[in-house]
Design a protein around this ligand. Structure first.
Ligand code: XIL
Length: 376
């Protein structure tokens, strides 16, 4: 075992036993979850979420495809339940996501005859979506990922139906619409993966600075944090946190999970397609029957160094959100190969704390700013 006991001291001098207490002076700490948690007998995972976290993101419920699968069909029930849960428990609720190339239905880009929409018509359709969620949720959703994954690894704009129809100012138009339609209290975020590479980092800084120069509002940059035990380096993560902060926005770590399984080269190179379904290969699923102690320790050490860095820069960081509450609920069991057994989070399949949890809880936290109050 890496760390058997919890000895973390909070500012008040009392031992913190939950993540929420531990980081209350530093940043919001949260998780994403899906609608199925409401159906669990006795709702143990929702209880765990309320105990440890003070911010939540929906894994799929607000994405365009599940939320509005057809022009006149709004499947908003699961999203309503998500927002209600967050508000009932006084949480910082994140809307994920307004505009993305993935999980967006084809009809969005087409007219009634199946022909590509004009730029004006697509902008109008984007506005209708934002208008709908603004009316329905207002500032009960505290922050929205306005655009997801639209800058490529080389720092250039991603080619997508959005850019093909709207043009190179797609991101700018998205932020303009979000600012005009949502209440001013709602924070606007640009969110992306692999944010630690230099060219992508520079591309996102450029985007942020340009949006601001044009008088548009962008409040945060989200670094997804789908990282692994082996990388990216702490130094590269740090360089991006500092660079985004210097561009004048809050940093959000939005989709944190640490992959312990061997990575397939197709996973994060190129476009990280969420529809990937690669061939089964037992060599890529080595821990079906449990995680060896050595890997458990490696994961704990990796989490400790990441959270050490996040604590160091907590004056720049608004929020840290895991992409899933427990290993059982992680999307990495199913992507990019179905049916693997992954261990990327702080709670195990039974909802019990892992050595990585204790490693995080034992970190000293009294070295940085006391200016925030993220208690519930
Ligand atoms: C994932 C969900 O967790 C899965 O349930 C779904 O099948 C695919 O999408 N980047 C994102 C998230 O911004 O929306 C993705 O979520 C994970 C990658």
């Amino acid at each position: 075992m890496v760390a058997a006991s919890v000895t973390a001291l909070s500012m008040s001098g009392q031992e913190a036993t939950t993540l929420r207490e531990k980081f209350k002076d530093h940043f919001f700490i949260g998780t994403a979850f899906g609608r199925h948690l409401h159906w669990e007998q006795g709702q143990p995972t929702l209880k765990l979420i309320d105990r440890h976290f003070n911010t939540i993101s929906p894994t799929n419920e607000l994405k365009w495809q599940p939320f509005q699968p057809k022009p006149d069909v709004y499947n908003h029930g699961p999203a309503d339940a998500f927002v209600d849960f967050g508000k009932k428990n006084t949480m910082y609720v994140v809307g994920h996501v307004l505009f993305w190339h993935s999980q967006t239905p084809e009809w969005v880009f087409q007219d009634d005859d199946g022909n590509p929409l004009s730029r004006e018509a697509l902008l109008q359709r984007m506005r209708e979506r934002v208008h709908f969620v603004a009316e329905r949720y207002g500032s009960r959703i505290n922050a929205w990922d306005v655009v997801n994954e639209s800058i490529m690894g080389n720092g250039e704009l991603r080619d997508s139906q959005w850019t093909r129809i709207i043009g190179d100012d797609f991101i700018e138009q998205a932020f303009r619409i979000a600012d005009e339609e949502l209440p001013k209290a709602v924070e606007l975020i640009y969110n992306d993966y692999s944010m630690t590479g230099k060219r992508k980092r520079d591309g996102v800084v450029k985007l942020t600075v340009e949006l601001k120069r044009k008088g548009l509002r962008i409040d945060g940059v989200g670094m997804q944090g789908h990282w692994s035990v082996n990388g990216p380096s702490i130094r590269d993560i740090e360089a991006s946190i500092v660079a985004f902060s210097e561009a004048g926005v809050d940093v959000h770590i939005t989709e944190l999970d640490i992959d312990v399984l061997p990575r397939h080269p197709k996973m994060w190179s190129g476009n990280a397609d969420t529809k990937l379904n690669l061939q089964q290969d037992p060599r890529l699923n080595p821990y079906r029957n449990g995680l060896p102690d050595a890997i458990q320790k490696k994961l704990a050490a990796r989490y400790a160094s990441i959270f050490g860095l996040l604590i160091k820069h907590s004056d720049k960081i608004k929020r840290v959100t895991f992409w899933g509450p427990t290993d059982k609920h992680s999307w990495l069991n199913g992507w990019p190969i179905k049916g693997r057994t992954n261990y990327p989070l702080l709670f195990d399949r039974e909802g019990q704390t892992k050595p990585a949890f204790h490693a995080v809880m034992q970190l000293p936290t009294n070295s940085n700013s006391q200016k925030k109050d993220n208690s519930k």
